[in-house]
Design a protein around this ligand. Structure first.
Ligand code: PHE
Length: 339
């Protein structure tokens, strides 16, 4: 019997098949219920007791060898089937590049987060506005140049419907609806009829801030903006306020920060002055409060407005504003690391 088993073992080692069907035939021949190997188990009954151990082991080995050989033969055909069209679920997936946030979205989120930490909520207003919210209620005199077609995109005239030229319109919308205290910022897109260049674009983004309550002072304005500048550009940042003019704030100022590149030494970015301008601000003009039916004898407040592009250009040292709008992937993917 051992001889027979050894011969079969040799036979099995030499098996080959040229198709899946042939391999299946071999399985039937050797391993199915009536196949050769199960048959051996039948014959095993008649093996004398003293040989049972060695013969039993040999049969088990034979069975294992047959199973392995025949399985291998079968697998070989399963694989070749896959290459001819079926999906192989074990193949690595197609690489999908991870997208990135737009740099303006990153900066807007940082601004919103910084003011959020000192209690400013977020509000938004419409991009298509009327003359009242963009100019009239903000104290612009009728002949002010900003009302000119040269600067403003009008949609209709009489009534004047236009694309807002600044987010200060949202100040009016908020104060019309909400009585003090108001402490909020308004991010959004604004439109100006300007020639597109490396420094200016006809569409850009602003964040407006507004704080109205009893006893709000210029010192509160200054301290709030100093906090913002340090959080945004680093704790070593200094600010300076220069007198300026806006129809809706009195007094008005423009705020500079110490140059982010040279730290105040003087370089190309700051045109060798050590300072770069980043926003306009001031105490809300009492006439504006009155226009929104807020009592200017009881309440005071401050407002500020900054361009998101300008902040982003400073932070990332981008020297052409048009890059933000072209959506060239080679530009955008440089901001991948940020969340
Ligand atoms: N709206 C002004 C601008 O677009 C900025 C500003 C906002 C100034 C609020 C003062 C107060 O230039």
């Amino acid at each position: 019997m051992l001889d027979k088993i050894n011969k079969l073992l040799e036979e099995i080692k030499g098996l080959s098949a040229s198709s899946a069907e042939e391999a299946e035939q071999l399985r039937i021949k050797y391993l199915s219920k009536k196949g050769i190997i199960p048959q051996l188990f039948q014959e095993f009954k008649d093996v004398p007791n003293d040989q049972k151990k060695s013969v039993g082991q040999a049969i088990n080995q034979l069975k294992a060898a047959a199973q392995e050989t025949i399985n291998n033969l079968k697998e070989q055909f399963e694989e070749s089937q896959l290459t001819s069209g079926a999906t192989d679920l074990t193949l690595p997936g197609t690489f999908m590049p991870v997208g990135s946030r737009h740099p303006l979205s990153i900066i807007r989120k940082q601004i919103v987060d910084i003011f959020g930490r000192i209690g400013f909520t977020v509000a938004e207003g419409p991009e298509i506005e009327d003359d009242w919210h963009v100019f009239e209620a903000l104290n612009f005199p009728p002949e002010h140049p900003a009302r000119d077609m040269q600067d403003t995109f009008f949609i209709t005239q009489d009534p004047d419907i236009l694309l807002r030229t600044h987010t200060s319109s949202v100040q009016i919308r908020v104060m019309e609806q909400q009585k003090p205290p108001v402490r909020a910022i308004f991010p959004g897109r604004v439109f100006r009829n300007e020639a597109i260049s490396a420094r200016a674009h006809c569409i850009f983004h602003q964040v407006e801030g507004l704080y109205i309550d009893e006893d709000v002072s210029f010192a509160d304005l200054r301290q709030t903006l100093l906090y913002f500048a340090k959080e945004m550009f680093g704790q070593e940042t200094r600010i300076r306020l220069r007198p300026s003019y806006f129809p809706f704030t009195e007094p008005s100022a423009e705020m500079d920060i110490s140059c982010t590149l040279c730290g105040g030494e003087g370089c190309n970015i700051c045109k060798h002055t050590g300072w770069v301008e980043i926003l306009g601000c001031g105490m809300v003009d009492p006439a504006v409060l009155s226009n929104c039916e807020i009592d200017p004898d009881k309440y005071t407040g401050f407002a500020f407005g900054m361009g998101i592009e300008r902040i982003a250009m400073l932070k990332y040292q981008i020297n052409d504003i048009r890059l933000f709008f072209e959506n060239d992937v080679r530009f955008l993917e440089q901001f991948r690391a940020e969340s």
